[in-house]
Design a protein around this ligand. Sequence first.
Ligand code: 13P
Length: 238
Amino acid sequence: MIIAANLKTNLTRKQTQEYMDALESFLNAHDISQKVVVFPTASSLNPHAGKLTVGAQNAYATVNGAYTGEIGLEQLEEFGIKTILIGHSERRHILGESQEQIMKKFDFYKALGFTIVYCIGEPLEVRESGDEKMAEYLDAQYIGIDVHYANLIVAYEPVWAIGTGLTPTLEDISSLHLKLKEKCSAPLLYGGSVKVTNAKDVLALDGVDGILVGSAALNVHDMCTMIGYAQELENIKK
Ligand code: 13P
């Protein structure tokens, strides 16, 4: 399974290093075979050797150039970053990233062979407008995206569940994931208010290949607990 931590705009460089060190110790001490990915802030990137993968929360579709405030491939390569989060709802809705910009970013990092964690998810008003509207909305987030890209991971994160403590029911998550898998067979993560208290149930669902965790992942012990759950579930399956 894939357990990913999106640290968003949290932790300093020093705190991030301590976080990574604690995670690495856990992964080594407990013989964890799950894929663990951490997305720190751009200013906390560092070369990392170990079991966990470090990814970028964002980068512009450029090698370098005049894009004030952005980082590009050159800055990612300095730290050996080969994984990127694209299409997160905070970038779509707060920072106004359009599907067209997202497409460009996707194509650029796809051509470089990056692992892309591509986020989709609907706001509350869309969910409340019924299944058909919701399917249309989610379909539109796949416009221009190569769903057959070999290094693609999709994360379904309902916007209304992010940072709110609200989550769809387990049945809803599972049935939606199974539907989304018909469209794209890439590994599919669930994100949105995942925490220690619900992670095991979510991870055990049909159609769920992992989780993308925000707030709860900021506590490294909680992150380790959730990774431990994924390992337990996989050990049972074997
Ligand atoms: P929360 O876990 O804080 O709801 O955030 C989820 C998220 O946005 C991960 O990308």
